[in-house]
Ligand binder design. Structure first.
Ligand SMILES: Nc1ncnc2c1ncn2[C@@H]1O[C@H](COP(=O)(O)OP(=O)(O)OP(=O)(O)O)[C@@H](O)[C@H]1O
Ligand SMILES: [Mg+2]
Length: 504
């Protein structure tokens, strides 16, 4: 079949850095084509060139056999090419419906007045197709990251699409939403839509895609039919070497109780949450989107006000009213939303790494530039953050590398307890393993780790115990030995009635 999009020998230079080198990529109608590669390989950049967000330095783009050179995404959209971007583009102070129809408002043809009723109804209809019930008049800023992602997806589907680029659409979603989304993707595929699918979740790729194209360091490595390849081959193409075990083994002696939470409540969000984490232990936290996982830990951290409950660190009760109190008690928190909470995008990698670490680096209140630089470089090496130098703005890093900066921020303060909310979201398979190794090292140093994750293989692969949250309550706490995909999902969907959890 003739490709609907054919990109040949695309090259791109960003401030002296060759991020794409003679890359070719094509896609035919009715296929789901995975675009894979490590963080910073150039996937998003290639797609931004296709859709006119960036201009290319070299190469040709054919759409339906004709040469195109889109000046902006609107032109691409007119040819039926739409994108769901990796970074959310929701405008927080507009409503859901206003976001959906931004730039393509529906108005009454005679008067030109905006037809808000039609837009509201259309918004509802597109969201319902994705199984999402949301009030179109709600402020988009008040939605969870997952809900915002759903609005973005609905927005892309609202146009008459022939080519749909999905840049990590599932990173913020959990299993149930992902299944719905996959259903929609299958429908689109059957209607002949070509889908470019970017994801670091290997299981998804093998479940959904027909072909895979791999990029490495800005170069094209190859294209494989999914039926004729396997995970090992793809990983090898991506990282250029064998990766070995996905979840590195942890040999840690679990020690005394580090953190104990008794009856923590934030009425309306969650109730009566009790658990404990020991030195060197990794407690995985699973649950569906909206179950209240992040809210529990944001409250514990003092970023939200609790309505009840007590918190103990090393057997001593601590009063946490604001994040500062939590930090003083030795608690670190890697938030799920790196854009709004984790990072200051305008600042350099160095400054971001130094932000929570001001104390140890400053001498009578003056931060030593030298100390700041050497610490930043240390982290860049340790976490293998792909950046040309420590002074680059964080926003110019690829998504996965931004995530590593967020983690680096907190590792430096030597917390007693480290809460990681979706620590490997958007991170490639090699870097994921590096993050797991960092988690293991921290555990070996006696840090108690809480890892909230929507990726079940990761929760199962990394946790000593797993706490499953269902509708704002602890549904079950499972030991590593008894935990599996089925009993976690059962508890997460409310199928397991286990009322009394005393955190043991
Ligand atoms: N606007 C920009 N200015 C400078 N460099 C950039 C810019 N956008 C991307 N880069 C660089 O280009 C390279 C490729 O980035 P890109 O975002 O395309 O990677 P990716 O494959 O999408 O990675 P990820 O899986 O982390 O999303 C990276 O080294 C990145 O730092
Ligand atoms: Mg990307």
């Amino acid at each position: 079949m003739e490709p609907i999009v054919k990109m040949t020998n695309i090259s791109k230079l960003f401030s002296g850095n060759q991020v794409l080198k003679q890359v070719s990529f094509e896609i035919v109608p009715g296929e789901i084509h995975a675009l894979m590669g490590e963080n910073g390989a150039g996937k998003s950049t290639l797609m931004k060139i296709l859709t006119g967000i960036y201009s290319k330095d070299e190469g040709d783009i054919l759409v339906n056999g004709s040469l195109v050179d889109y000046k902006d995404p609107k032109e691409a959209e007119q040819d039926g090419i739409s994108v769901i971007h990796q970074e959310l583009n929701i405008i927080p102070n507009l409503t859901v419906a206003e976001n959906m129809f931004l730039g393509k408002e529906i108005s009454y043809s005679k008067t030109g007045i905006l037809n808000t009723k039609a837009m509201r109804n259309e918004t509802k209809r597109h969201l319902e197709r994705l199984g999402v019930k949301l009030n179109p008049d709600k402020n988009a800023g008040s939605l969870s990251v997952g809900q915002q992602q759903m609005v973005e997806i609905a927005k892309a589907l609202a146009t008459d699409t022939k080519v749909l680029v999905m840049d990590e659409p599932t990173a913020a979603l959990t299993d149930r939403e992902i299944e719905t989304l996959f259903g929609v993707m299958r429908d689109l595929k059957n209607q002949g839509v070509a889908i470019v699918y970017i994801s670091h979740r290997m299981e998804e790729i093998f479940q959904m895609c027909d072909r895979i194209t791999v990029l490495r360091d800005g170069s094209y490595v190859g294209t494989e039919n999914i039926k004729e390849t396997d995970l090992n081959q793809i990983v090898k193409m991506m990282v250029g070497r064998e990766l070995g075990e996905r979840f590195p083994e942890r040999q840690v002696k679990i020690g005394e109780e580090r953190l104990r939470v008794e009856g923590l409540s934030n009425t309306g969000l969650f109730e009566d949450v009790s658990f404990s984490v020991k030195q060197g232990e990794v407690l995985g936290v699973a649950g569906l989107m909206g179950a209240g996982r992040s809210e529990i830990f944001e409250t514990l951290f003092g970023a939200r006000h609790k309505t009840g409950g007590r918190i103990f660190v090393d057997e001593k009760e601590v009063k946490i009213k604001k994040p500062y109190d939590a930090k003083k008690a030795g608690i670190g928190f890697v938030t799920e939303d790196r854009k709004s909470e984790g990072l200051v995008l305008e600042l350099s990698v160095k400054k971001n790494l130094a932000l929570p670490n001001l104390k140890p680096l400053s001498n009578w209140g003056v931060m030593s530039a030298k100390a700041e630089k050497s610490m930043a470089e240390d982290f860049i090496n340790k976490l293998r953050i792909k950046t040309h130098h420590a002074d680059l703005q964080v926003k110019s890093l690829s998504g996965g590398n931004q995530q590593k900066v967020v983690i680096g921020k907190w590792v430096g303060i030597n917390p007693k307890i480290l809460i990681l909310d979706e620590p490997t979201r958007g991170v490639d398979i090699g870097a994921k393993k590096e993050i797991y190794q960092i988690i293991n090292e921290l555990a070996a140093q006696g840090v108690a780790i809480v890892m909230i994750s929507s990726e079940l293989p990761e929760v199962l692969g990394m946790s000593d115990r797993i706490m499953v949250i269902h509708e704002g309550r602890v549904a079950r706490i499972l030991d590593k030995a008894e935990a599996n995909q089925e009993n976690i999902m059962q508890a997460a969907t409310g199928g397991y009635k286990h009322v009394k959890t005393n955190g043991q």
